[in-house]
Design a protein around this ligand. Structure first.
Ligand code: AMP
Ligand code: GLY
Length: 425
């Protein structure tokens, strides 16, 4: 079978690495892929943007692609699945109307309210004055979110009324987030521990993946600005069996049932970003309509089953009763980022001495490319995610950090405390 993976990040490298292991897969095209996916067996990078749906469709048709798997949210929200389906092509992911769960935070919040899915209390606004009036009734800190897609940057946790007003004005008045900020969600600030829960869904059937946890802040001790994610591990020990059962019934099943009842049946990866409070009650912080990055990297290292078979079962609506085999060992990944990320950062940084992939360690590439001189250089803020399996979290962590320290790269940084919550537990 010939596949197309849409996207260029660490998530897509990990998906390609896993899918290439399937005996039924003959070739995987990546649009556009990265320096890591250029060098895998069975893979080929094609210079087509992940956001150019027409070009992706032409590529899939001219290359006789049998199955397309979409990594990032933007093409899903823009309707890639609808376009491919209309052309008679198999494409794994939600339709544009179901992907609104990620594409519009106001839509997602209204959906959760309607279906009694636990989440922070909120109100959404398109007009400045009512938003400012509402803010006066809120206690601090308060969370201000651009409703639309903002590449993880549209969430402001305001500690004071002045900061909150500024955030609302930046979005609604100064249009700092463009169309994504034309509507804002003002939300109650939740405390607790975050975890990611991802399922492979087809209508109301789903296959739960093991839990995972991401480190969103740029620096150690969860300081600094929010990023796309500086490291991740699986499982997330905070989600014990009892809590996982609660998350499945109150959140995952309620979401899939609610979507189906609303006429928006969801096929694809559904990601619930959760906050677990001090009483062990889970609430939804956000939905994503795709796999997480970097959560995918440790998850794919733990998956023993054939991912193509699982995706095909979902697409053919025969997911009920399907199980997957997971490595019981934990996996942990640490992101190497360019100095300055998530703000402005240098590109074209030469990279050398990357660890060779083995059964228990893979350096998944994200922002890398091979330049004209054939040299591997950085091309993005998040460069690599060195991911390791270990008999316990500490072993996985030591293995990942030992490999990371061998990499030659200047003007880069990484967090030194990935996995601290799991290890301290
Ligand atoms: P989101 O993109 O909505 O997941 O928000 C990004 C990050 O902001 C989350 O991973 C949390 O760390 C934080 N966050 C979002 N909403 C809230 C909230 N209501 N209370 C506390 N932290 C939040
Ligand atoms: N790691 C968070 C995300 O993929 O949205």
């Amino acid at each position: 079978m010939k596949l197309l993976i849409v996207g260029s990040g660490g998530r897509e490298h990990a998906l390609a690495w896993k899918l290439a292991q399937s005996p039924s897969v003959t070739e995987i095209l990546l649009a556009p892929g990265n320096g890591g996916t250029a060098g895998l067996s069975k893979t080929r990078n094609v210079a087509v943007s992940a956001e150019d749906i027409s070009a992706l469709l032409s590529l899939a048709q001219s290359e006789a692609i049998e199955l397309t798997i979409v990594g990032p949210e933007a093409p899903l929200v823009d309707g890639i699945v609808d376009r491919f389906q209309a052309a008679g092509l198999r494409c794994f992911g939600p339709t544009a109307s179901a992907a609104r769960l990620e594409g519009s935070k106001a839509f997602a919040k209204d959906f959760m309210r309607r279906h009694h899915i636990p989440t922070a209390s909120y109100a959404s606004f398109q007009q400045l004055q009512p938003a400012l009036d509402y803010l006066r009734s809120q206690s601090m800190p308060v969370v201000i979110k651009a409703s639309g897609l903002a590449a993880g940057k549209g969430v402001i946790i305001a500690a004071t009324p002045t900061e909150a007003e500024q955030a609302v004005r930046d979005m609604l008045e100064h249009q700092q987030f463009g169309s994504a900020g034309q509507q804002v969600v003002i939300e109650e600030f939740l405390t607790g521990e975050e975890a990611s829960f991802i399922v492979l869904a087809a209508g109301t059937d789903y296959l739960a993946f093991p839990s995972s946890q991401d480190h969103k802040r740029a620096f150690d001790d969860d300081r600094g600005p929010n990023t796309g994610g500086m490291g991740a591990y699986s499982p997330a020990p905070v989600l014990n069996d009892e809590l996982q059962a609660l998350v499945e019934s109150r959140i995952i099943q309620a979401t899939l049932r609610g979507l189906a009842d609303d006429g928006l049946p969801f096929t694809g990866f559904l990601y619930a970003g959760l906050m677990i409070d001090e009483q062990g009650q889970p609430r939804v912080l956000e939905y994503n309509c795709r796999m997480g990055d970097p959560e995918t990297q440790p998850l794919m290292m733990r998956l023993n089953s054939d991912l193509v078979e699982l995706i095909e079962a979902a697409l053919d609506n025969r997911l009920a009763g399907v199980t997957a085999d997971w490595d019981p060992r934990p996996a942990l990944g640490v992101v190497l980022a360019a100095e300055g990320y998530p703000g402005a950062y240098a590109k074209h940084l030469p990279l050398a001495d990357l660890p060779a992939a083995s059964d228990d360690l893979v350096a998944f590439h994200a922002g890398t490319t091979v330049n004209e001189a054939g040299q591997l250089v950085s091309s993005g803020g998040r460069i690599l995610c060195v991911t390791a399996l270990g008999d316990d979290f500490d072993t996985a962590r030591q293995r990942a950090y030992a490999a990371l320290q061998q990499i030659s790269a200047n003007n880069c940084f990484y967090r030194t405390d990935i996995g601290h919550r799991a290890i301290n537990r």
